[in-house]
Design a protein around this ligand. Structure first.
Ligand SMILES: Nc1ncnc2c1ncn2[C@@H]1O[C@H](COP(=O)(O)OP(=O)(O)OP(=O)(O)O)[C@@H](O)[C@H]1O
Length: 214
């Protein structure tokens, strides 16, 4: 599912990030850990094919994203990766329903109607569909962002600091939701975090520890 060897990226400006090798099977859960600036967000971007490694080998769900053409990579990403960005990052000018429509439109794929409806129901979004996203609480926004990430049944769900700026109760609820949804859909779940609460919420997860950037 994910195999990386000797992965290294050098940013313009000279910062070099070296990553430990990884083999992760389908449906497994991984905690990507490390202090601020150790390269967690960069690693997620590499997995999503948004960045290309300077060196090393990376296979994600049968493809080497860095070797694909832009069009093939975009198509691969929309089939393979669901992304839960830090802070949900919904479009404030649009309703919840339109945020979900926009995600499907941007990917060029229509979600399966039954899957979409089940997801909306399970995440409790039915009463919120017409709401503008600035009217949502933090927990509601997270559920919308999770629905958006899972809309096209991705094989892999990448979550970047999902508990950042949440209080303890909401952090626990967010992690439970992520775990439940990943299990239900058989999705490989990868959570980048330096929050002990997120770590404690995934006791069976594998850990990948990143050191400080060079
Ligand atoms: N766009 C960029 N241009 C140049 N260097 C960058 C860029 N983005 C990140 N870096 C470098 O890569 C390092 C790792 O950044 P990254 O955001 O991946 O770390 P992180 O572990 O996710 O940090 P945080 O926990 O604070 O979000 C940074 O310290 C920075 O020096």
């Amino acid at each position: 599912m994910i195999e990386s060897r000797g992965l290294l990226i050098t940013w313009p400006g000279g910062v070099t990030l070296r990553y430990p090798d990884l083999q992760l099977g389908p449906g497994q859960t991984l905690l990507l850990r490390g202090p601020s600036g150790s390269g967690k967000s960069t690693w997620l971007a590499l997995m999503a094919g948004l960045l290309t490694p300077t060196q090393g080998m990376l296979v994600v769900n049968g493809a080497q994203p860095g070797q694909l053409t832009q069009a093939a990579r975009d198509a691969w990403r929309s089939r393979t990766i669901g992304f839960l960005p830090q802070g949900a990052r919904l479009s404030p000018a649009l309703s919840v329903a339109d945020n979900l429509r926009l995600a499907a439109f941007a990917s060029g794929h229509a979600p399966e109607p039954a899957h979409q409806q089940a997801l909306i129901k399970r995440l409790g979004l039915l009463p919120l569909l017409r709401h503008r996203t600035h009217q949502l609480s933090g927990g509601q926004a997270l559920r919308v962002a999770l629905a958006r990430a899972l809309l096209l049944r991705p094989a892999i769900l990448l979550a970047d600091e999902p508990t950042a700026s949440l209080d303890d109760d909401h952090a626990q609820a967010a992690m439970q939701l992520l775990r439940e949804q990943a299990e239900r859909h058989g999705t490989t779940l990868i959570v980048a975090t330096h929050d002990q609460r997120a770590v404690a919420a995934l006791p069976d997860a594998r850990h990948l520890h990143l050191g400080a950037a060079a």
